[in-house]
Design a protein around this ligand. Structure first.
Ligand code: GDP
Length: 175
């Protein structure tokens, strides 16, 4: 069946936070131990029903470009939503979220809907591994006007919910 809408979503954040795995979890319900198997593929899609509309999410992966700080403005062009991912066990990746917000503000559409995702929540269950408090991340998200969720691409926890929230919010704007 034809879709009613196509929403371009970009996934951003530091290298190794789990961007590719989150995308794989949402679009194929898979987690690859050999993570970079999707390199070279620019985007993946999944079609979902939102408020009686068929919405195709076209989700773009940086394919490693962020390592060279070479994410181009073409990557952001036309994006209606963004997943800004950090790793809950890595303080540095959360501190860099500020930079990624600035990058989105500079290159993406003003009305882009952004979901901050603290990934690898499965690892934070072990005492001592958590490096970023959920409360602190939630406060940062609120201050910056972002949605927020912790998630685990490995267990699948909250992945579906984070992507669907983003898609519903975009749908509410464009429909
Ligand atoms: P990217 O560079 O941001 O695309 O990160 P990847 O998706 O390639 O993941 C980087 C590493 O983190 C890989 O070794 C993954 O297996 C691992 N990883 C990704 N998501 C999770 C998660 O939710 N939990 C755990 N424990 N490891 C994860």
């Amino acid at each position: 069946m034809e879709e009613d809408y196509v929403f371009k979503i970009v996934v951003v954040g530091d290298s190794a936070v789990g961007k590719t795995q989150l995308l794989g979890r949402f679009t194929r319900d898979e987690f690859f131990l050999d993570s970079k198997s999707t390199i070279g593929i620019e985007f993946q899609t999944r079609t979902v029903d939102i408020a009686r509309h068929r919405v195709k999410a076209q989700i773009w992966d940086t394919a490693g470009q962020e390592r060279y700080r070479a994410v181009t403005s073409a990557y952001y062009r036309g994006a209606l939503g963004a997943m800004l991912v950090y790793d809950v066990t890595s303080r540095r990746t959360f501190d860099h979220a500020t930079r990624w917000v600035a990058e989105l503000r500079a290159h993406a559409d003003k009305s882009i809907v952004v979901m901050l995702v603290g990934n690898k929540a499965d690892l934070a269950r072990d005492a001592g591994r958590r490096a970023v408090d959920a409360d602190e991340a939630a406060a940062f998200a609120e201050e910056q006007g972002l949605f927020f969720s912790e998630a685990s691409a490995l267990s699948g926890d909250n992945v579906e919910r984070a992507f669907l929230t983003l898609l519903r919010e975009i749908h509410a704007i464009v429909s």
